[in-house]
Design a protein around this ligand. Structure first.
Ligand SMILES: NC(=O)c1ccc[n+]([C@@H]2O[C@H](COP(=O)([O-])OP(=O)(O)OC[C@H]3O[C@@H](n4cnc5c(N)ncnc54)[C@H](OP(=O)(O)O)[C@@H]3O)[C@@H](O)[C@H]2O)c1
Length: 224
């Protein structure tokens, strides 16, 4: 699969939202949105991917472990988009086992922070940043492919979901919609800083939907 010419993993963008599109009750807070049945579906989806990617904002807000707990299957490798290497070496995603999380930072990031993350067991990939100071996503995907990642699940948060969608780097969306209104953080409206709102609008092709408990899960391929 080709992004800027190099091979890249298949990318599944997956998140849970309320009826109003909120993915958290407020920016930077962790909010349980999915019911147990759709949570189990998400964990089966995790097990079907080689790696799960989140932004450092989610690591700092949610302390996720990014493991497969509510389904059978092995834990995918955690990946954190983290230009300035702010991921704490004590973060929960370092356990369990020897998953060796991948922290993707920008070339020029603090060497001490990189060393501390490596000492904690991470693989630190430093990539030449784009004009926004962050590793460009096509280069991130090529680097992950070289690490052996063929199927990547992108779980959030708001800025990272919007960035993948805006750059046409999502091959499939799997969106859990829970029957509640949060009036909180919406990943697409207003568009996160630096993202052109016009690049976010799309519809889905090959749509499927399923009921899991009280939640609905939509799947499809983004289409402009
Ligand atoms: N409901 C759900 O399914 C779900 C799932 C996950 C998270 N969430 C929620 O989402 C919220 C966190 O979202 P968030 O937007 O604050 O954080 P985020 O998207 O997890 O992380 C954003 C950070 O990632 C780094 N980054 C590196 N490269 C990037 C790139 N190309 N594009 C965008 N970001 C890049 C940036 O920090 P640097 O510039 O320092 O690298 C940026 O500030 C939390 O409230 C969390 O609970 C919800």
């Amino acid at each position: 699969m080709s992004g800027t010419g190099g091979a890249r993993p298949f990318v599944t963008l997956s998140w849970a939202q309320a009826l109003d599109g909120s993915i958290a009750a407020a920016p930077g807070t962790r909010t349980a949105i999915s019911g147990p049945e759709s949570m189990a579906m998400t964990h089966r989806l995790r097990a079907a991917h080689d790696a799960i990617l989140v932004g450092v904002g989610t690591v700092l807000a949610d302390e996720p472990s990014l493991t497969v707990r509510f389904a059978e299957g092995s834990h995918p490798r955690p990946v954190v988009l983290d230009a300035r290497l702010r991921t704490p070496p004590s973060a929960r995603l370092f356990g369990p086992g020897d998953r060796r999380p991948i922290i993707v930072g920008s070339a020029g990031a603090d060497r001490g922070a990189g060393g501390a993350l490596e000492a904690a067991g991470a693989r630190v990939l430093l990539i030449e940043p784009g004009p926004d100071g962050r590793p460009p996503l096509p280069a991130v995907l090529e680097a992950l492919y070289e690490e052996g990642v063929r199927r990547l699940m992108v779980e959030g948060g708001a800025s990272v979901l919007a960035a993948f969608l805006a750059e046409d780097l999502a091959d499939e969306l799997v969106v859990t919609v829970a029957p509640r209104i949060l009036a909180g953080l919406n990943p697409f409206h207003p568009a996160p800083a630096g993202i052109d709102a016009a690049r976010l609008a799309c519809s889905l092709a090959g749509v499927g939907w399923e009921r899991h408990g009280d939640d609905m899960v939509f799947r499809g391929r983004p289409r402009r």
